[in-house]
Design a protein around this ligand. Structure first.
Ligand code: H2U
Length: 350
């Protein structure tokens, strides 16, 4: 019996974090359940006077939002990090180490209407969101080592408010994920003289097995090492290292890619597809001037759904105690996402 990637169990290496995942394709009774979803209508009102993210509504801190007509950014009223706080004393006990943590947290509303999500917005409106990301990023990058732009979409991903929005957390330290990624990317560059993700993009374009969308500026793939069933990455094809490097054309093409990918996601199970997504690029602040040739700007989407709008994957048991495991291979997930329409949202048919 000879080995087949989509048939036989194996492990795959994630070069971005040095971790392995277990792939068990034989557990898929059939390559795809073929289950037809009942479309999930989105019944949110355009405006909810009780929603503190809506235009003109008073937030928890008593401040009234402006009647905004595009994006709107404010400092989170319940920030996980404050700018000016005392630092903990240094400890020489290896078992009770602490570190300083200063930062700020912001909320960016994408649109004045509560019933809009990125796939339902126009490319021009999405461009404005990207412009806002870049503006916030540039501002915070001057002071902070890491600026994390992220969107939690859907209650199942911990999103506390249905109004379309994302968050930006900027901090004085390099958090775990980017710290390990920085190390791995640097080691690869030192060994091969090229950026890992630049090489990866070239290889994925040649192989075609995991490509969902490509244009001259961006590549969307289900990464070879994906652990969530429909995990994807949007990777810069032009060696950008940070959000702040993007040209007008790259921003325009990114808006198109985000719309297409999120329409595909929504069309997969005919629901407003939940996910946690965010951008990773070279560190900033005190690390901005250090060597960053090993970095390539990219976004990662981690969606929890597995089989339907209601059946999600949990990272528990073996995954929590040992390593992530998946049944559906990255290639099967790619096929499914690739063949879905990325132009027309399912709700247009309801
Ligand atoms: P999430 O839905 O991803 O939790 O983001 C909403 C954020 O909005 C959340 O972090 C903030 C919450 O702290 N928020 C305010 O800052 N002020 C409010 O009046 C309500 C919500």
């Amino acid at each position: 019996m000879s080995f087949e990637l989509t048939k036989h169990q194996h492990t795959r290496f994630n070069p971005l974090n040095g971790q392995w995942i277990l792939v068990s394709p034989h557990r898929m009774k059939r390559p795809w359940s073929g289950q037809e979803e009942q479309p999930q209508p989105v019944n949110l009102p355009e405006f909810d006077p009780a929603n503190p993210l809506c235009p003109g509504v008073e937030r928890a801190n008593g401040i009234k939002n402006p009647i905004y007509t595009s994006t709107f950014t404010f400092t989170n009223d319940f920030p996980a990090m404050l700018e000016d706080v005392p630092l903990p004393p240094e400890s020489d006990d290896p078992l009770f180490q602490t570190g300083g943590a200063r930062g700020t947290c912001k909320v960016i509303c994408f649109h004045p209407k509560s019933n809009k999500t990125l796939p339902l917005m126009t490319p021009k409106e999405i461009r404005t969101v990207i412009d806002t990301w870049i503006a916030e990023y540039k501002m915070l990058a001057e002071k902070y080592t890491w600026v994390q732009i992220f969107e939690n979409k859907g209650a199942s991903m911990g999103c506390s408010n249905p109004h379309p929005h994302c968050q930006v957390w900027a901090c004085s330290f390099l958090p775990n994920e980017p710290r390990v990624k920085d190390e791995k990317l640097r080691q690869y560059y030192e060994k091969h003289g090229k950026a890992l993700l630049d090489d990866y993009v070239k290889k994925e374009i040649a192989k075609k097995e995991r490509v969902i969308i490509e244009n001259p500026d961006w590549l969307v793939v289900v990464p070879f090492w994906a652990s969530w069933p429909f995990e994807t990455m949007i990777i810069s094809r032009n060696g950008n290292r940070r959000m702040s490097d993007l040209s007008l054309q790259q921003i325009n093409n990114l808006a198109i890619v985000i719309k297409e990918l999120t329409i595909k996601y929504d069309n997969l199970f005919k629901c407003s597809f939940p996910y946690s997504m965010g951008w990773h690029g070279a560190p900033t602040g005190d690390l901005a001037s250090s060597d960053d040739k090993h970095w390539t700007l990219h976004a990662i989407y981690y969606p929890p759904l597995l089989r339907s709008a209601f059946v999600r994957k949990f990272m528990v048991g073996f995954e929590l105690l040992c390593q992530p495991q998946r049944d559906l291979t990255a290639e099967q997930a790619t096929q499914k996402l690739r063949q879905l329409c990325g132009k027309k949202h399912y709700s247009e048919h309801i």
